[in-house]
Design a protein around this ligand. Structure first.
Ligand SMILES: [Zn+2]
Length: 356
């Protein structure tokens, strides 16, 4: 394909390979080298992207920010932003003649990869924790993918998937590690930049692995280098207090991962050892962003308020960004007159639904 990757810790270029997801020297994750030489329009597409930006006037008032905007990423074809990454990754898999892949996911990425693989005629096996929301597992299975439930935490699921790939010579289509997946999420920034002029002062992301935040950072950075945007928004990371490795690292507060895995309503961001942790920290530092960990009860509170006040039904993971906005307003990091963007990442039907 002529594509090249570069390690996040260095500048050495290497030919792209589906089998190399970590730098052979430092074991750090890889990015696509620039210029990536990628087709702008993925060959395997379901019409992902092009999501609307809407003004959230009423909940904005409750959060103390008049100019609060949401980009409705849950309107992507499988109900989450992951379709941006899957379109590019699965297009490349098909172009490369790959017939069979496996991936580990707690839900949304698995559903997304399954849908795009179905469209591309690629067999997919999705390894998921037994605790994953039943709706997400049903969605994955309905696209015809094989669902493999694994006991144990998220790391155990990833290890089982990796073992399966090695033993059966199956491509590991990891959304956490694949540089193509990250490349696909850059489209978020390109669209937001065109939809919001001037750019927002702040953008808040619910972060597990950080693929959307990293993609937004890369996208905005490229747009700034060509003069297409005047400034890059401060990018903030929001996590749950039940699973906050990035917020703890950024704020230099102690945090010990719970031994039995994280128990949080925001299952989409319950990642204890995110492989791109340092890259997320780099994006926060480069843009002047912050990281905050929020209470479980606040996530559910803002999920409800968003539905009641604005008619927008998202999964708890997405509502974490609003809880983070509340905290950053309280801390004075975001001012009442600032323009704020939140991506609403996943649809409400995909997860367990709390009592109204
Ligand atoms: Zn390296």
């Amino acid at each position: 394909m002529g594509l090249e990757t570069v390690c996040v810790n260095g500048q050495r270029r290497r030919p792209f390979s589906f089998d190399t997801l970590l730098c052979p020297s430092c074991r750090g994750p890889l990015d696509m080298a620039q210029p990536a030489g990628l087709t702008v329009h993925p060959a395997v597409t379901l019409g992902e992207g092009g999501t609307p930006v809407v003004h959230l006037q009423k909940i904005g008032r409750e959060l103390g920010v008049e100019a609060l905007f949401a980009k409705l990423e849950f309107l992507n074809p499988t109900g989450s932003f992951k379709d941006r990454g899957s379109a590019l990754l699965v297009s490349a898999l098909r172009e490369h003649g790959v017939r069979q892949v496996a991936e580990d996911s707690s839900g949304n990425a698995g559903a997304s990869i399954s849908a795009y693989c179905a469209r591309a005629g690629i067999r997919a096996a999705i390894f998921a924790p037994g605790s994953a929301p039943p709706m997400k597992l049903a969605q994955i299975a309905f696209y015809g993918a094989e669902v493999v439930k694994v006991a144990g935490d998220r790391e155990a699921v990833a290890q089982a998937c990796l073992r399966h790939c090695r033993q059966n010579s199956v491509v590991y289509a990891s959304h956490n590690l694949s540089p193509l997946f990250i490349e696909g999420t850059k489209g978020f920034a390109a669209e937001a930049a065109a939809q919001m002029r001037p750019p927002p002062d702040h953008a808040l992301f619910p972060v597990g692995n950080g693929s959307l935040l990293i993609g937004a950072w890369k996208g905005y950075t490229e747009l700034a280098s060509t003069g297409d945007v005047q400034r890059i928004p401060r990018l903030h990371c929001v996590q749950s207090k039940a699973c906050m490795p990035i917020a703890a690292a950024h704020r230099k507060t102690p945090w010990t991962p719970p031994p039995a895995g994280a128990d949080t309503v925001a299952g989409g961001i319950a990642v204890r050892n995110p492989p791109r942790l340092h890259q997320v920290l780099q994006a926060l530092d480069a843009t002047g962003g912050d990281a905050v960990a929020v209470e479980e009860s606040d996530i559910i509170h803002w999920q409800r308020r968003l539905s009641h006040l604005e008619g927008i039904f998202v999964e708890p993971t997405s509502a974490a960004a609003l809880a983070g906005l509340y905290d950053l307003r309280k801390e004075g990091r975001i001012r009442p007159q600032d323009r704020v963007l939140v991506p609403l990442t996943g649809f409400g039907f995909k997860d367990r639904i709390p009592n109204p």
